[in-house]
Design a protein around this ligand. Structure first.
Ligand SMILES: [Ca+2]
Ligand SMILES: [Ca+2]
Ligand SMILES: [Ca+2]
Length: 235
């Protein structure tokens, strides 16, 4: 895992260095924005269309509220709870950006689709089948009121085998950051920075830590192996 990560990090650095040297062409380049969040994450196995893959983002500037995985009733949206306002979902071959609110019982809503702001989203099938890569256009999301220009963001990566809101359903199989899934990271949002597994947060994300793995076949496909978040701000 780590050797692969080193290669990947190096290539990202090279791209960043080249970008820094190049002169911007007049009129800009389609799909390239200067204020963005760049996400890159991989699973141990292969991304499966029937599973649900999320990056949950909270702009409440409170690092004690989540986002965290749903583990039992009340199930709310069936995958994520605590506190978060945006998520990027990958399911059935599609990325979607979702805006969430709090339900009366304290759970988080299933969300409504945000039609703009998710850019340069590359399907896992184009990345070896085990990787997600996408970006959020910060200016657009802030201007439209979908994201606060907060000092910090709380972010978790959550995978679950099913969106199950039946209180009698029993255990859910899932992975989130940290051994329990509750070790989300809080990152500065006002300055440029790159944050990645093992150097950011209280606990490095490991493989073979899927919760309730005994229930299903294919745990590696639910197993978060590595992640990276890059904040690009120009002011
Ligand atoms: Ca929070
Ligand atoms: Ca984990
Ligand atoms: Ca994992």
């Amino acid at each position: 895992m780590m050797s692969r990560w080193v290669g990947w990090g190096t290539s990202l650095l090279l791209v960043a260095a080249l970008g820094g040297c190049a002169k911007s062409p007049p009129g800009g380049v389609s799909g390239i924005v200067s204020n963005r969040l760049v996400f890159d994450w991989i699973v141990q196995g292969f991304v499966r269309d029937q599973f649900y893959y999320y990056v949950a983002i909270d702009d409440d500037e409170n690092s004690s509220t989540g986002p965290i995985p749903v583990i039992g009733p009340p199930f709310g949206n069936g995958w994520g709870t605590g506190s978060f306002t945006l998520s990027v979902e990958y399911h059935a071959g599609q990325y979607r950006l979702l805006r969430h609110t709090k339900n009366p019982d304290g759970t988080i809503s299933s969300g409504t689709v945000v039609p703009t702001g998710l850019i340069n989203a590359i399907p896992p099938r184009q990345l070896g089948g085990d990787e997600f890569r996408f970006e959020l256009d910060i200016n657009q999301l802030i201007a439209q009121g979908f994201l606060r220009d907060a000092r910090t963001l709380d972010i978790n990566f959550i995978i679950t085998d099913q969106i199950n809101v039946n209180p009698n359903a029993g255990f859910k199989t899932f992975d989130g950051l940290g051994r329990t899934g509750n070790v989300y990271v809080t990152i500065p949002f006002q300055v440029n920075g790159t944050f990645d597994n093992g150097t950011t947060g209280a606990e490095a994300e490991d493989v073979q830590d899927v919760v309730n793995c005994f229930q299903i076949d294919g745990c590696p496909d639910l197993d978060i192996a590595d992640w990276s978040i890059e904040v690009q701000r120009s002011r």
